[in-house]
Write a protein that binds this ligand. Structure first.
Ligand code: PHE
Length: 342
């Protein structure tokens, strides 16, 4: 009974002076740890107590234990509450602080949006998509496309030649991928090749030194001009709605024969004539034609047996018409006020 009373007194004075949760934890250990807690030891010692006393002593110890556990728990609550109070007192919100900018997530460039839309359309028609180099050999950009070194078409597609690297140019069109794709694909072929192109232009609202095209071609047996027209009609309707019509007019490109210049009916004025279509009712958006036999041969394809058509869509033009953008230079300008509208 001696130790019992001593423990009770000692504990009571200790718990009164506990100031923080850490010391409370230590105090709890001192009496209740499984190995050497004073109460634990006392309970364990009951085995040695003569039987007549055991019951009574056990009860007393148990009462003490319950009382101690209770005071520890209520002390714990009290200390926690004090801690919260302290936090609330010391921490404050500065309501005069300006609203910090939230993290903005970016989004796709309008040209990318339209490119993605067309990629979805063409893959749904069984076309593969191929990527190619922007720094291109003169061979793939010109020579393989039936444009020999002295041909005036090289002047109309003047571009950036690479200093100290004769024979290399920044590609002037995605047609540079035609022969590459013929060399790397099996027949029959249906491929589109979107990408960035360059020309040595003095820039204005309709011309830019850096622009985007989407090239496509099909090579198979029995391919005709009607197939070309069919595909381009699907493209026009996909971009500008079911009412869109296309018009093809002869135009010379050395790598196609016959070659055409493709226009789509002006969706703004329904072909009545307006500022955007320059009163003509039609908008020029692509070049196309039946692939020249010389180009097929350069691609290692038997031009007697196979035919194909090719087209090149000017992506910047398509996007300008789709969104009513008046100046091509916005695309590369990096002005967020422009870009954020899409
Ligand atoms: N490469 C031509 C241009 O940039 C477009 C074109 C592609 C024409 C395919 C015919 C066939 O103007």
């Amino acid at each position: 009974m001696q130790d019992y009373l001593q423990i009770k007194e000692k504990f009571n004075s200790q718990i009164n002076s506990v100031q923080d949760l850490n010391s409370l934890e230590l105090l709890e250990q001192e009496y209740f740890s499984r190995k050497a807690g004073e109460i634990t030891l006392l309970m364990r010692g009951l085995g040695d107590v003569p039987e007549e006393e055991r019951k009574e002593k056990g009860q007393k110890i148990n009462e003490l234990k319950v009382a101690m556990v209770q005071s520890i728990e209520s002390k714990r609550l009290e200390l926690k509450e004090n801690e919260y109070k302290k936090i609330i007192e010391t921490e404050s919100i500065d309501i005069t602080q300006p609203n910090l900018p939230k993290h903005e997530s970016g989004h796709l460039h309008p040209i990318t949006l339209v490119q993605n839309q067309l990629e979805d359309l063409f893959t749904s028609m069984g076309f593969a998509i191929e990527d190619g180099p922007e720094l291109e050999s003169e061979y793939y950009n010109f020579t393989a496309l039936n444009i020999p070194e002295t041909h005036p078409a090289r002047d109309t597609q003047d571009t950036f030649y690479i200093k100290d690297h004769a024979g290399w140019v920044m590609r002037t069109h995605t047609s540079s991928m035609q022969v590459r794709a013929m060399q790397s694909n099996d027949l029959p072929m249906r491929v589109i090749m979107p990408g960035r192109c360059y020309r040595n232009e003095s820039t204005d609202a309709r011309h830019e030194h850096t622009f985007y095209q989407l090239e496509g071609f099909v090579v198979d047996e029995n391919i005709s001009f009607a197939n070309l027209k069919g595909i381009l009609e699907v493209v026009a309707k996909n971009l500008y709605g079911p009412e869109a019509k296309i018009r093809l007019r002869p135009k010379f490109y050395p790598f196609v024969e016959p070659g055409v210049n493709g226009e789509v009916s002006c969706f703004l004025c329904e072909s009545k004539g307006c500022r955007v279509c320059k009163q003509s009712g039609w908008l020029e958006i692509f070049g196309a034609g039946m692939i020249h036999p010389n180009v097929l041969s350069a691609g290692g394809i038997d031009a007697q047996k196979y035919q194909g058509f090719a087209f090149g869509l000017g992506l910047d033009r398509l996007v300008m018409l789709k969104y009513g953008i008046e100046d091509i230079r916005h695309f590369q300008g990096g002005d967020l006020r422009f870009l954020k509208q899409f």
